[in-house]
Design a protein around this ligand. Structure first.
Ligand code: NAG
Ligand code: NAG
Ligand code: NAG
Length: 355
């Protein structure tokens, strides 16, 4: 069944969502499955999860580059940012609004060759105002979900950012807050998360609503228009929020923005794979914020400094069933931006209570 296949594909994207995902060596070599052409690569169940074999040199090299003194390079930042905004227009285009997609216009899915005409009903759930137009923040933290955040004590530092972006409804309560923070200004939710963790929102929706409460009045970014099978479940999320007392503010990711980001990163050297939510959010942050800090972005299964084994996410060790993102390549590009002083990666633990 084609729908099933598409769903499975989307699962991939969810699972591997944030760059923080641990990569096994399998991923390292086979990172380029095109989700348009299933079936994607299956991770062998027999593959033991552990340190990335053959990645030692790559990790050493990354640590060495990371360990150079970091300094913001204003020129590099401005150049990169203007290239990004001139090609992708994130501040204006990232979120669908009632004026950017008027009734009668077409939404072009980015994962399949399909379009959807905007009906009055659909239009009514789009944002009336663009939350980002003319907005910039001084400091933003983009929090990936990587196991590197486990016991990192980075919560306070993350929470000290003006604008905090998280990926795929990650837990911030139950003791995680100390290490990942609790402040959330934007959180993404891929359709696969609904399918995997919340029964596609066709059964009890209380667990979903409870999770939303941990993000206060954050924006909830729904990528509802990559594949046609994403739309209904994302609309159910929207309706659930509407019927609940959640102050969260659902908005829809514009698939055309996502597509232009893909082209942008292709031009930067990311030749394979679909964009992860992590790099998508970093891109948005680079337009929104003067100082962009990344936490939880480390795609290897070994800690860069203590060398202990890391779990795939800071909250679980679920392995991706399929590999759709080129995490090490994405990480390499982010590390380059770090070295150029465009943004700042954080790989080490933080001082508890400090900055
Ligand atoms: C780390 O993972 C490897 C491979 O699975 C395993 O052999 C090793 O014992 C693990 N180390 C620790 C300290 O758990
Ligand atoms: C953005 O700011 C500029 C200059 O302050 C102003 O002219 C413009 O109308 C603003 N746009 C929006 C959408 O608020
Ligand atoms: C994190 O800290 C807790 C409490 O100190 C400890 O039990 C746990 O083993 C630590 N986890 C890792 C991966 O170091």
């Amino acid at each position: 069944m084609r729908g099933e296949v598409l769903k499975s594909c989307f699962c991939l994207i969810i699972i591997v969502l944030c760059l923080g995902s641990l990569l096994t060596s399998l991923i390292w070599y086979k990172n380029n499955v095109d989700p348009h052409r299933p079936p994607p690569q299956k991770n062998k169940a027999s593959q033991p999860f552990g340190p990335c074999k053959g990645c030692t040199e790559v990790i050493d090299n990354a640590v060495q580059r990371y360990s150079q003194t970091w300094k913001k390079q204003e020129d590099n930042y401005q150049n990169f940012r203007s290239k990004l905004s001139n090609e992708c227009f994130g501040l204006e285009e990232a979120i669908i609004t009632q004026t950017s997609k008027r009734v009668g216009s077409k939404i072009v899915f980015n994962g399949v060759r399909k379009t959807l005409q905007v009906t009055p009903q659909l239009s009514s759930i789009f944002a009336k105002k663009n939350p980002f137009s003319n907005k910039t923040w001084d400091t933003c933290a983009v929090v990936g979900n990587g196991g590197i955040l486990t016991n990192s004590s980075c919560g306070n530092v993350i929470d000290s950012a003006q604008f905090v972006i998280r990926c795929n409804l990650p837990p911030v309560d139950n003791g995680y807050g100390k290490h990942v923070g609790v402040k959330t200004d934007l959180v993404t939710a891929n359709p696969s998360i609904f399918t995997q963790n919340y029964e596609a929102l066709t059964g009890r929706r209380r667990p979903f609503v409870k999770r939303l409460h941990t993000y206060g009045n954050s924006l909830l970014l729904l990528p509802a228009f990559s594949y046609t099978s994403d739309t209904d479940v994302s609309l159910r999320a929207f309706y659930t929020i509407e019927e609940s007392d959640s102050p969260i503010r659902p908005v829809f990711l514009n698939p055309e923005y996502f597509q232009s980001l893909l082209l942008f990163w292709r031009s930067q050297g990311l030749y394979k794979g679909q964009l992860s939510t992590g790099i998508t959010m970093v891109s948005l942050a680079l337009e929104l914020c003067k100082d962009v800090h990344l936490y939880g972005f480390w795609p290897f299964s070994t800690h860069p400094f203590s060398f202990h084994n890391l779990t795939n996410h800071y909250f679980d060790n679920k392995q991706p069933k399929f590999i759709v993102h080129a995490m090490p390549t994405e990480f390499e590009l982010l590390l380059q931006l770090h070295s150029q002083g465009v943004l700042r990666l954080h790989l080490g633990d933080c001082q508890p209570g400090g900055t």
